[in-house]
Design a protein around this ligand. Structure first.
Ligand SMILES: *Cc1c(COP(=O)(O)O)cnc(C)c1O
Length: 356
């Protein structure tokens, strides 16, 4: 999925006309962000002396209503450090089977932490069914792993999970003594779509991880927030995992800039995704594509026979999209403009016109 695109993707830095809709991770730091990075006050963060990293940790924690935060290079490492802070060897996590921390993190919690992963079905809206959580919790019996942590996620494949559903899942988990971690890699997309404060979504969980390098447009970085004790453990885990960095204020400055300037723009990504999904659904030849929007993402399911040809047709025209058979994923982000959306609609129209 990634390798086939590299030649075309390599052109994107050269200012060519590539429209890269594979993911919102492809966003590049803009001029204002690069200026903030170049002017960042820095120090050795392993000594706790980087003022900009500290400021980002404090600001993010405050925004999410938690006492403390830790800056990580990636969301995968942040999730893993949180899981290892909550769980020991022989403990178990209950997690959605489509969630990143189960499906897309190379089984890190098991590989490095001896933690068992117990996946349960993820609803079409990205939520977990409280009954399924309850059924997955193990009794205190020597046959079983010790159920210790419930991992939630929001957004899930673009879907913003409503606060009430997150609360219902967390309530069941807590009733059984589980801690709750929220993988909020795209939490601000959920905040934007649901129109609830970030702290309200964060409140259902003990620890929350948010990515700065997706729709918010930084080159790297994730912040984990939670209580002081858990963050102290997470900071130690970050060291164990090789993620403690030095003059990291250069990256933290990008994160602060994103919190100040880029959250509002997520609504534009959602607006463009909606417009794209509607336009694709309205093309007469495409009614069967059944385009579907979820926050900044559009999913399209062409006939299996058209899948590879459509993808190649778009790539030949400099339009890169993501997803795997049967579903294509088109991700809107801050480096995409209305004209790019028009170009995608025109190209898809042309593909089907070609086929009569
Ligand atoms: C992207 C993502 C992460 C973390 O990804 P990294 O590439 O490691 O930063 C975690 N969870 C979800 C839901 C994600 O989309």
């Amino acid at each position: 999925m990634y390798a086939q695109m590299t030649d075309a993707a390599a052109d994107t830095e050269a200012g060519s006309n590539i429209v890269d809709l594979r993911s919102d991770t492809v966003t590049k730091p803009d001029a204002g962000m690069r200026r903030a990075m170049s002017e960042a006050r820095v120090g050795d963060d392993v000594y706790g002396e980087d003022p900009t990293a500290r400021e980002l940790e404090e600001r993010t924690a405050a925004l999410l209503g938690k006492p403390a935060g830790v800056f990580f290079p990636t969301g995968t490492q942040s999730n893993l450090a949180a899981i290892l802070a909550h769980c020991g060897r022989g403990d178990e996590i209950i997690v959605g089977d489509r969630y990143h921390s189960f499906h897309d993190e190379a089984g890190g919690a098991s590989v490095l932490g001896g933690v068992a992963l117990c996946p349960i079905g993820t609803g079409p809206d990205g939520s977990l069914d409280p009954g399924a959580i309850e059924a997955a919790v193990k009794p205190d019996d020597s046959h079983y792993a010790c159920s210790r942590l419930l991992c939630l996620e929001n957004t899930v494949s673009g879907a913003a999970v409503p606060l009430a559903k997150m609360q219902a899942a967390a309530d069941v988990g807590r009733a059984h003594g589980l801690a709750v971690h929220l993988d909020g890699a795209r939490l601000f997309n959920a905040v934007t779509a649901l129109d609830v404060p970030a702290a309200a979504l964060a409140e259902v969980a003990d620890t929350v991880s948010i990515c700065l390098s997706k729709g918010l447009g930084t080159p790297a970085g994730t912040v984990l927030v939670g209580d002081e004790k858990t963050m102290k453990a997470a900071r130690r885990n970050r060291k164990i995992l090789g993620g403690a960095m030095r003059q990291v204020g250069v990256l933290a400055a990008a994160g602060l800039y994103a919190l100040d300037h880029h959250i509002a723009g997520l609504a534009e990504d959602h607006r463009r995704a909606k417009a794209l999904a509607e336009a694709l659904s309205e093309l007469p030849a495409l009614a069967r594509l059944s385009a579907r929007q979820a926050t900044n993402m559009v999913f399209v399911t062409p006939a299996p026979a058209d899948h590879g040809a459509l993808r190649r047709f778009l790539t030949d025209r400099g339009i890169l999209i993501g997803g795997q058979v049967p579903e294509m994923r088109i991700v809107l982000h801050r480096d995409i403009r209305d004209g790019d959306v028009e170009a995608v609609i025109e190209a898809v129209r042309a593909f089907y016109a070609d086929r009569g």
